[in-house]
Design a protein around this ligand. Sequence first.
Ligand code: SF4
Length: 357
Amino acid sequence: MPKTDGTTEPTQLLELLAEEFSDAAASAVKEAGEPAYRVDQLKGWLYERTPLSFQEMEGLPRSLRTQLEEKFILHPLEYDLDLLSEDGTRKFLWKQERDDSRIESVLIPDGDRVTYCISTQAGCPVKCTFCATGYGGFAGNLSAAEIIDQVVQIRNRTAQAPTNLVFMGMGEPLLNFDGLCRALSIMTDPRQLGIGARRITVSTVGIPDRIRELSRSFPQVKLALSLHATNRQLRDKLVPLNIKYPLEDVLEAVREHYRQTGRRVTFEYVILPGINDSSEDARDLANKIRDIHSTINLIGFNPFEGAPYRKPVLKSMLAFRDELRRLLPGEVTLRRSRGEDIQGACGQLSLKNQGSK
Ligand code: SF4
């Protein structure tokens, strides 16, 4: 992109779709006077290994590495810190190039599965009352390159390639729809990162038209809906976007998603003691979603400083789960809380580290 002084901004390499990458790489290689096969070498480095700098791309001439460095940005996110939990969960904190915002990602190992939890926004404008990210403010959408960079940097820094990706980190993915869709295209394109779309889950609090668009554009991508309450008044309070997009409309879009894709939906439900975990809440929930082929993931609230809710006790969470199992045919699971010793819940670590540097 041209700047006012006539020079051009370096291009974000991870932001490019397959054809855009081929064109940009071919012109850089040609300009450097190098043979065309260097494009494939660069492509291999970029999508298969993604080193931390161009200088690590062995096999490319040093002069070309330096020219690539001047033309392109390889990693838009700056590594800040990472913390390893006793249970193997590893949390990463990144800094954006353009300002001082912190972004979180989490690696969650579980047997043969390695799940990366990825952020789509710096902070979140939705401000759910049980979520540390919501309390931390909102600094803006992440670019597709910044979304993808979380994946390739974690892969490089841990040597644990992801088996699954979940968009459940900071932010509401469907409020950054362009960035999300571009990132999904690059991640799933077999010429680029080649991650199977069926291994990717997008979690949303619910924007009906964007759910429909996502089903059309990426029918293999799994949908998770953050439900947390079925009573309108309560959901308005817990998930303020419910005021604009009421649950009835959201559930209609979820039904259409199932009809169109045939893929089972996951409902996420944070248990807040005394707020949304009564027998009546279980009955309401079952009645609302009975006709949707789904799995329910219950998650015990993970307290953070200043949070207005208590941590639920295991006995009451099991009782709520069992009640739902009696009422619904689908799977109901109580998810283990991971990485509690490293502020494992979304937004906790960045909230703690805001302004620390
Ligand atoms: S739960 Fe999701 S949508 Fe709600 S504030 Fe947190 S990050 Fe945003």
